[in-house]
Design a protein around this ligand. Structure first.
Ligand SMILES: *[C@@H]1O[C@H](CO)[C@@H](O)[C@H](O)[C@H]1NC(C)=O
Ligand SMILES: *[C@@H]1O[C@H](CO)[C@@H](O)[C@H](O)[C@H]1NC(C)=O
Ligand SMILES: *[C@@H]1O[C@H](CO)[C@@H](O)[C@H](O)[C@H]1NC(C)=O
Ligand SMILES: *[C@@H]1O[C@H](CO)[C@@H](O)[C@H](O)[C@H]1NC(C)=O
Length: 439
């Protein structure tokens, strides 16, 4: 009899345990797949380093455009994390200690113990995670293309250029160290960065684009509308309730916490940021969509000029590959920013969806191509490799270290002539001043 009671007591405890497991909120398993442009590269890297070989072909030249690796936040987020987030933390904990209805998280311990991260500064500086991203990427690339990349450095075989920022400068240096080693890298000559680089950051000097897209409130109207939509409002009130707050977080506040969760994840390979465990899968998808939508409007193919101006960079690829002078470089490596890489994807016609991203089609676009978590992570890269195959030249394209097919090419390893035909019109109509000047 006694043991029956004990058993049933145990059973009840088990039921209560199950119930609390079912109802309390815990970290979403795939949280790191929704960090948009703050995704650390390690989640999307390709760790297959088998050498890339095509029968009868020899890798001849390489061209890379590379986003810097994981950085620290800029001013706005830095200020939020220092001034506002500790207040939100306090509000959450105050309520808990009062013993009123508790928030719905399984554990508030992480939030209780949280203090701002040691990497935090407002400098947009490359972090140690960012250094690893570039260094290890270069090592993998060298293993894949040994004949091309495993050669001693001479200033005539490789060209390195970066924009005038610490994060691209340091990214270039880490990448070069990955290729040549810590001793040899001291010989590498890096092109002196320009204050405003018309090739690596062309959009900064395209006045018409800046006026009509970048700085135009009407260009991002769809984004503004999304931040005021029903689905965002529900997300914000559910999130605030889950935290036990007696007020609703604003979109900006919640978005900032989401971004900070991504940064802390990027900075720590093992430890999970407590701020990541407050979001549900749907919350992550909503914030990810808001970021995808913003980048789609500013850097994607919503407005023609956005990607059209990237023809200057595409032209540079063709000029480099067409240059058959004996002293031409084997490799060109550019270190720049998200805005450049995304616009380059645009001019190439990659990651296009059948429908525009809008404020009102969040669910319809769930399986979209334009997903910045995949295509615009920290350390994102786009590579062209020119192959010499008997008397034919062929071109291979890699995005995030994975071989991709150019739309219109018959196969992944594409005839270089076909490649040039596909983009002929864009290359021929590439008068940057004409398209960018304000009359
Ligand atoms: C690894 O990469 C090589 C070269 O691109 C490819 O042939 C091979 O199938 C890949 N292996 C795996 C397991 O994906
Ligand atoms: C969502 O909330 C904002 C701010 O409180 C409000 O202006 C907006 O009308 C709400 N949207 C909807 C669809 O109710
Ligand atoms: C929330 O609770 C705090 C502490 O009890 C109180 O001071 C504040 O006025 C409340 N805010 C709202 C909007 O009810
Ligand atoms: C504490 O949480 C409860 C339940 O969500 C809420 O009703 C109350 O207003 C909260 N108090 C504070 C101070 O946030």
């Amino acid at each position: 009899m006694k043991s029956f009671f004990q058993l049933s007591k145990l059973f009840c405890t088990f039921i209560i345990f199950l119930k609390s497991v079912n109802t309390c909120h815990d970290l979403h398993t795939n949280f790191f797949q929704h960090f948009s442009s703050k995704t650390p590269y390690r989640y999307i890297a390709n760790y297959n380093t088998s050498s890339i070989e095509y029968e009868g072909c020899k890798p001849w030249k390489i061209w890379l455009v590379q986003r810097h690796g994981t950085r620290t936040p800029g001013n706005e987020l830095d200020k939020f994390v220092r001034d506002r987030l500790p207040k939100i933390q306090e509000d959450i904990l105050n309520n808990l200690s009062k013993g009123t209805i508790l928030g719905e998280l399984c554990s508030f311990e992480g939030i209780k113990l949280w203090t701002s991260h040691k990497e935090l500064d407002s400098q947009k500086r490359l972090t140690s995670e960012g250094q690893d991203e570039l260094f290890e990427f270069a090592e993998r690339l060298q293993l894949r293309l040994p004949t091309l990349l495993d050669q001693p450095y001479q200033n005539t075989n490789f060209l390195f250029r970066y924009t005038d920022t610490q994060r691209t400068d340091e990214s270039a240096k880490q990448f070069a160290t990955g290729l040549f080693g810590r001793i040899e890298v001291k010989k590498v000559v890096f092109t002196k960065p320009l204050d405003k680089d018309p090739l690596l950051r062309f959009y900064k000097v395209c006045q018409k684009w800046r006026q009509n897209v970048k700085k135009s409130p009407s260009a991002i109207l769809e984004y503004t509308k999304f931040t005021l939509s029903d689905i965002v409002n529900t997300t914000l009130s559910d999130l605030s309730k889950r935290l036990g707050l007696n007020y609703t977080l604003s979109f900006k506040e919640a978005k900032n916490i989401y971004s900070y969760c991504a940064f802390e994840t990027a900075w720590e390979k093992i430890k999970v940021s407590p701020w990541c465990s407050i979001f549900s899968e749907l919350d992550f998808k909503v914030f990810e969509y808001s970021e995808d939508l913003k980048h789609y409007l500013i850097d994607g193919d919503k407005y023609e000029l956005t990607y059209k101006q990237a023809c200057v960079l595409l032209k540079n690829v063709v000029e480099h590959f067409d240059d058959d002078k004996l002293d031409s470089h084997n490799g060109i490596f550019y270190f720049t920013h998200s805005g450049t890489v995304l616009k380059m994807l645009g001019v190439l016609g990659l990651y296009k969806d059948n429908d525009n991203l809008r404020h009102d089609n969040f669910w319809e676009m769930e399986n979209r191509q334009w997903r910045t978590s995949k295509i615009d992570a920290f350390g994102s890269n786009l590579i062209f490799v020119l192959f010499k195959c008997y008397n034919d030249m062929k071109i291979l394209t890699l995005h995030q270290e994975k071989i991709i097919r150019i739309p219109g090419c018959e196969s992944d390893l594409c005839s270089y002539d076909t490649f040039k035909k596909i983009y002929q019109e864009k290359l021929n109509n590439c008068d940057f001043n004409k398209m960018c000047n304000i009359e």
